[in-house]
Design a protein. Sequence first.
Length: 178
Amino acid sequence: MQHENYLRETTLLTRTERNGEGDQGQLDIDYHVEIYFAHFPSQWPIIHKPSFHLSKDSQPHVLILSFAMIGLWVTGGRAARTRAKNMHEKLVTLLESRMGDWKSQKDFKDTSWPMSTFQAVLLNVIFAPMREAPPDLQNRCSSIVRALTTTCIAGGLFCYGRIRAQLTPNKSLLFSWT
């Protein structure tokens, strides 16, 4: 509930839902994040659970909402899946609106990489074919992942030396980049 309360306070989460049924109850964000970690990373190991939990207070809300979206989908209820589809469309729109922020950074030398945002992009791109999104939404997701890939290549995010430079001495390479 800690994520949910903050998301409500900042109006990022306004409608409520309980157990995937209707809009009368509350959507338990933390529960659906745990559902995500119980089922999704075995096939798509994009997020390292221990590193997420160590820094979950600093994670961007778009990543947490992406976890909840997939958690809703995995629960399998019709209302939960409808909610996940609606969240997906809103999250893709949000990511599209923020593309300019990370695309404008030609070089990530002096800034912390927005890895959590990039992870949220990947989760939303992967989710599109999972939910059999309409072609226009899949095309939008393809555009986002192309922009992300171009940004990462141009910014040197796949360069070993730059990866090492992002690490603090107390973090191991394996732990931070798994």
